[in-house]
Design a protein around this ligand. Structure first.
Ligand code: AMP
Ligand code: MG
Length: 281
């Protein structure tokens, strides 16, 4: 995995299980994991817990913690059921580049380095799982925002979810884990974030693309693309990486991207955009 992706050995991998009973053999289970598991598994939630000896150090970058998940995809579940061991599995892309959302993306990035792709069509959510650190009983830490939202986790557990570590990762590189590097998920083309169309109205040239959150009602200048018809954030998330990848083929020397409303799924979308971009202001 590390060789194929060009991933540094200090970046720990998420380990996947078909069910909680199997996971329990390899971790020390915090009490709230039952609640979280009932509410969100199988699904796009990863939790960091203390590991047992059976999880090899290479998977956790030598840490005594492991990130675990029970995925919902039927084929991946079938594969996990067949195995007698947990499966460490990252996104199938070169380290640091935009995550893949379909088989062609995987072939584009890794085709010369892997022997097969299990293709069941494009991903349904479009962004990576939410990651929570649940090692500390009284406080949950949000390490990566994703499809499972902070508010949902607080509602299920009744415990405060602290997202402080997110803002500190953005400012410096004293990181919890390299998957959270402030620069990550980046296209080759320079990507600049904006909020209101007025900020960039006069900027675009022939070599500039503009990605909007929804179909614009202004007169279009060309090279304008949108992530959804009406701003539905789950549609935006599903289309985000696909569109960024499609525009990252050398046609443009700059891509402006409008940030999402900083609410609900928009928080995860903006997190990915921040990591992929150079900020305007
Ligand atoms: P991915 O590249 O999507 O497979 O994400 C893996 C990410 O999960 C890593 O880059 C870390 O951010 C996070 N992660 C995995 N294991 C741990 C761990 N033991 N402690 C903290 N974060 C972890
Ligand atoms: Mg990844």
């Amino acid at each position: 995995i590390f060789a194929v992706k060009g991933r540094p050995l200090i970046d720990p991998l998420i380990t996947h299980f078909p069910n909680l009973a199997l996971a329990e053999r390899h971790i020390y289970k915090p009490k709230i994991l039952d609640e979280l598991s009932d509410a969100f598994w199988p699904g796009p939630l990863t939790v960091v817990v203390r590991k047992r000896e059976s999880i090899p150090d290479i998977v956790t970058a030598g840490r005594d913690s492991v990130a675990i998940r029970i995925p919902s995809h039927p084929w991946f579940r079938m594969l996990l059921e067949e195995l007698r061991f947990p499966l460490a599995a990252p996104s199938a892309n070169r380290f640091g580049y935009v995550s893949p959302t379909d088989a062609q993306h995987v072939i584009d990035g890794l085709g010369d380095r892997i022997s097969a792709v299990l293709d069941d069509g494009p991903t349904t959510l479009g962004i990576e799982s939410t990651i929570l650190d649940i090692r500390n009983e009284g406080k949950i830490r949000l390490l990566r925002p994703g499809p499972v939202q902070r508010e949902q986790v607080m509602e299920v557990t009744g415990i405060e979810v602290d997202s402080d570590s997110l803002s500190s990762q953005k400012d410096d590189n004293s990181i919890e884990a390299p998957g959270m590097l402030s620069k990550h998920y980046s296209p080759k083309t320079k990507l600049v974030l904006f909020e209101e169309y007025e900020e960039i109205r006069d900027q675009p040239t022939r070599k500039t693309a503009v990605i909007l959150q929804k179909r614009p009602n202004h007169e279009m200048t060309g090279n304008e693309y949108w992530l959804s018809e009406d701003g539905d954030l789950s549609v935006v998330a599903r289309n985000l990486f696909r569109l960024v990848r499609a525009l990252d083929d050398g046609r443009y020397n700059l891509i402006y991207v409008q940030s999402a409303t900083d609410y609900g799924l928009g928080i995860a979308i903006n997190d990915r955009l921040m990591r992929a971009s150079t900020k305007l202001a």
